[in-house]
Write a protein of this length. Structure first.
Ligand code: FE2
Ligand code: FE2
Length: 358
């Protein structure tokens, strides 16, 4: 995550205690970044390229245009996404939604920064179409319309800090995997057609999922700022069309069926990555709700973790000498080490020292 994030600008929202120049020198220290960069290829090779390879293999021979035109009707016909459907049945829904917002913030508080890497360069008319989509993501230059600013508003309404990266120690393994896969796609120019596939799937899926979220918020949290979701449910209709007509189709015209198959592979990789992240979010939510019912956990809005907060996985929790050790899990709350040891793999928490909120 740090190796990817080192390639874009993040400034603190307010003046820091010391010199801003010293802070920049610390955050973007060339020696530290070189060390992170050195470990990146091996991690990508182990964690991401096997899944990309599987998607490329499964997409071989698929006709892009047929695939793309079938995608939206297929998604519209699907039932409501399982996470918002689960929230409807859960009294602790506010806490589960807070966790969703927190886990998604690695990308959404800097929305479209990853895909911006796929716009620079020199590659013809599709580049200009991608730029038009990108400037929509950035509110067409109007700061309060920028998608990340809309996302900040909903985070604040759920009592969360809206500083980029504030909750990084609470991101779980699968949330990081989603973030890293997106950056792997866009920070490697070799992936240009896979990138188009990502956008094809993501813009299409977002039309549907943001409509579900907008409906859910209107029904259960009507005072929360839901513009992030209503904006996407609308504008991603256009973005899907633009990706198909102005990016994917010209790519295939210029570079042939091999480019088309790679675009399908990017869409399928994205489908699998989104599906894994969605299933994991739901599994952790359900595990936490069960632990609450069993008296092993309680809901608690998270503090921004202090520097040096000690992280723990379910496997690590099983090895702690005191099974009553308290662990903060994402935006959900506190669970005992004994119960956290039974959580799905990929869950992550930090050791907490406080008792139940009064
Ligand atoms: Fe967006
Ligand atoms: Fe979009």
């Amino acid at each position: 995550m740090r190796a990817y994030q080192a390639r874009y600008i993040v400034l603190p929202p307010a003046p820091v205690g010391g010199s801003i120049i010293a802070e920049l020198n610390r955050r973007y220290d060339p020696g530290e970044l070189a060390r992170l960069e050195a470990s990146r290829p091996a991690l990508e090779h182990t964690l991401i390229t096997p899944r990309a390879g599987a998607a490329i293999k499964s997409a071989a021979g698929t006709d892009l245009i047929t695939y793309a035109e079938a995608l939206l009707p297929r998604m519209r016909a699907e039932p409501e996404n399982p996470f918002t459907a689960f929230l409807r049945t859960t009294p602790g829904r506010e806490h589960h939604y807070r966790d969703f917002l927190l886990q998604s913030s690695a990308d959404l508080l800097a929305e479209a920064s990853a895909s911006a890497f796929g716009v620079i360069g020199a590659f013809g008319a599709p580049q200009s179409a991608l730029f038009r989509i990108l400037i929509d993501e950035f509110g067409y230059g109007a700061h309060d319309r920028k998608h990340s600013v809309l996302y900040q508003a909903v985070m604040r309404d759920f009592g969360l800090c809206d500083d980029y990266g504030a909750y990084a120690p609470l991101f779980d393994t699968v949330s990081l995997d989603l973030h890293n896969t997106i950056h792997w796609l866009f920070q490697n120019p070799r992936n240009v057609f896979l990138q188009a596939g990502f956008l094809l799937f993501a813009e299409t899926a977002y039309q549907r999922s943001t409509a579900d979220h907008f409906r859910y918020l209107s029904e259960f949290h009507p005072d929360a700022d839901a513009r992030y979701f209503s904006e996407h449910a609308h504008i991603d209709l256009h973005h899907t069309r633009m990706v198909i007509d102005d990016v994917c189709t010209p790519f295939v015209t210029s570079y042939g069926a091999a480019a088309g198959a790679e675009i399908v592979a990017g869409a399928e990789l994205t489908r699998a990555t989104f599906a894994r992240a969605g299933a994991h979010l739901l599994a952790v939510s359900q595990a936490f709700a069960s632990a609450v019912l069993a008296g092993e956990a309680w809901y608690n809005a998270p503090q921004v973790p202090a520097p040096g907060a000690q992280g723990v996985t379910p496997t690590g929790a099983a090895q702690l000498s005191d099974p009553t050790t308290q662990i903060q899990v994402g935006g959900l709350g506190i669970v005992s080490a004994a119960a956290f040891a039974e959580f799905p793999s990929g869950a992550y928490g930090v050791l907490a020292g406080e008792g139940p909120a009064s």
